[in-house]
Structures are given as structure tokens and as C-alpha cells.
Ligand binder design. Structure first.
Ligand code: PLP
Length: 282
């Protein structure tokens, strides 16, 4: 029973929704993905709070209280026979006759599933990844974690097509984020990242990285970053719940800094791993 659908725990193969579900027809819904380590969800409150923000952003009432979410999530985690999990949560505006207008008196669809967590291996982190840049042509409400990911998918595919891992997006000459990650720049020992805004999704990992930088006295600046600064970076990282802190060593075919994961990326990854271990023990 690796899935949960509208109050029931069941196998993913048995989880069925109406073809008129607005998530299917319109992409009218929001989601979250939380990593689970040793059966303990990481930063669950922060993921649930971001879910609330996304639901508010699409004017959909939260179907559950925090306690109800927590209870269901912990039950789903406990049902799995693997310890490290990737927990996916999705809420859509429910099934209704096709019409753009919000349906009245329709229950939202609440869907969750858990699968084994696949994070970056030590070898992958030691090698780093390549990325490409593209104009950020998404809508102006990227702070909503919407299931309608078509723009992100097309942007990410530009990287996949050239055997790279991520597309670094630029809007009006400034860095926004990756197609499915946040981006950090290091120059002369200073860690930099754009400030949260409606042009990017504030990652839970992004917040942890900034907290760790503050706690360990790593100089950091949260401010708009120009394309020129991205291209002149000593280090470039992508961060997300599954990739964690991953060095980008080549951008548009040009080496970033020395062309290998830099010292700050390695230090931050170490701090992140220690932080995870501490959280798992509490
Ligand atoms: C567009 C986008 N930005 C940023 C992130 C990073 O968020 P988090 O660190 O919470 O995984 C993601 C994660 O999937 C994403 O899709």
C-alpha cells in the first residue's frame, strides 16, 4: 500500500481517479515532494506550510488540518518497507464537468504516494553535473508549486537533450532558478542566491542551505544575480530535496570556475548531511 487516495490507503496500481478530475483536464492542482530519511519526514512542517501557500495561491481550501496531514503522512510512511522515501502529495480541485469556472460543492482530490528516495550518489556529487541556460518563459506565479509543469518540463528537456542535468533560467537578464531546483552562485568565497519572489519557488533545501550558511559564518548575500555574475561564478550549485547540493561544473559547455565541484559546495554538502543526521536522531 504505497498510495493514499481520498481517505484510503491502497496500492498505486489500484489508485484511480475520474478522467474529469481537474488535475487531469486542466492541471488545476498543487503538489509537494518531501524526502523521508529512516522513516522520518524531513522538514514536514515547512513542506505543509508551502502546500498551504500553494493552495491559497490557487484559492483552494486546504482539505486537512496540519494534524490530519501529519497523521495520514506518517501512516503512509510506516506502511512502506523501505526507510528512505520520496513522499509525493497532490491536491486538485476535484472532478467536475469541464468548465474553467471553479466547481461548486466539489470535494478536492487528495493523492499521496511514497517511493524509494533516489538522491545523488557520492560519485555523482564528486563529478558534478552540466547545465544549460534558457530564458525563463514560465508564468509570473512560480512561487505556487503547481502540478501544471509543462513549461518546466520543456525547459528541463533542453538540458536532457544535451545530456545535462538542469536548465538554469534567466528572466530579463537575471537568474531565477532551475527547472526543478534553486540555484546558488559562489564568487570570491561569497555564497549568493536570488531572493524569494513570485518568479521562483522557494525551496525547502534553499532555506536549509541559507540557515546553514548563517549558522556556520559563511558569507552570503540574498540579492538579484545578473546573467554576467552567473557566467563569471567560481561555483554554481543546484539544490533540491532529491538532488540536495549538486555542483554544476559546466554551463552551456563552458567550465564553471575550475570545472570541478568547488570547496564551498563540498563544505555545504557536508554540513547538509550532518544536519540531516541530527534531524533524524531527534
Ligand atoms: C521549480 C523548482 N524550484 C525549486 C525546487 C526546490 O525545492 P525543494 O528544495 O523544496 O525540493 C523545486 C523542487 O522540485 C522546483 O521544482
Amino acid at each position: 500500500m504505497n498510495a493514499y487516495l481520498n481517505g484510503q490507503f491502497l496500492s498505486l496500481a489500484d489508485a484511480k481517479i475520474s478522467v474529469l478530475d481537474r488535475g487531469f483536464v486542466f492541471g488545476d492542482g498543487v503538489y509537494e515532494l518531501a524526502p523521508v530519511y529512516s522513516k522520518k519526514p524531513f522538514r514536514l512542517d515547512e513542506h505543509l506550510s508551502r502546500l498551504q501557500g500553494s493552495l491559497d495561491g490557487i484559492r483552494l481550501a486546504n482539505p486537512h488540518t496540519i494534524d490530519e496531514w501529519r497523521e495520514r503522512i506518517l501512516q503512509l510512511i510506516a506502511l512502506q518497507d523501505f526507510a528512505d522515501q520520496s513522499l509525493y502529495i497532490q491536491v486538485t480541485r476535484g472532478a467536475a464537468p469541464r468548465d474553467h469556472a471553479f466547481p461548486k460543492n466539489v470535494a478536492p482530490t487528495v493523492f499521496m504516494f511514497s517511493q524509494p528516495l533516489v538522491t545523488s550518489t557520492r560519485e555523482q556529487k564528486a563529478a558534478g553535473v552540466c547545465a544549460v541556460t534558457a530564458v525563463d518563459n514560465r508564468w509570473l506565479r512560480c512561487n505556487i508549486k503547481a502540478i501544471s509543469l509543462l513549461a518546466n518540463i520543456l525547459l528541463r528537456q533542453q538540458a536532457i537533450d544535451v545530456e545535462c542535468a538542469e536548465t538554469v533560467m534567466l528572466r530579463d537578464g537575471f537568474l531565477t532558478e532551475g527547472a526543478a531546483s534553486n540555484i546558488f552562485v559562489v564568487k570570491d568565497g561569497v555564497l549568493m542566491t536570488p531572493p524569494p519572489s513570485s518568479l521562483m519557488l522557494t525551496g525547502v533545501t534553499y532555506d536549509v542551505v541559507l540557515e546553514l550558511a548563517a549558522a556556520h559564518g559563511i558569507p552570503h548575500e540574498i540579492r538579484p544575480i545578473s546573467e554576467a555574475e552567473v557566467r563569471a561564478a567560481d561555483e554554481l550549485w543546484m539544490t533540491s530535496s532529491t538532488k540536495e547540493i549538486m555542483a554544476i561544473v559546466k554551463l552551456d559547455g563552458t567550465p564553471v570556475g575550475t570545472g570541478v565541484p568547488g570547496p564551498l559546495a563540498q563544505r555545504m554538502d557536508g554540513l547538509y548531511q550532518t544536519f540531516k543526521q541530527q534531524v533524524m536522531r531527534t
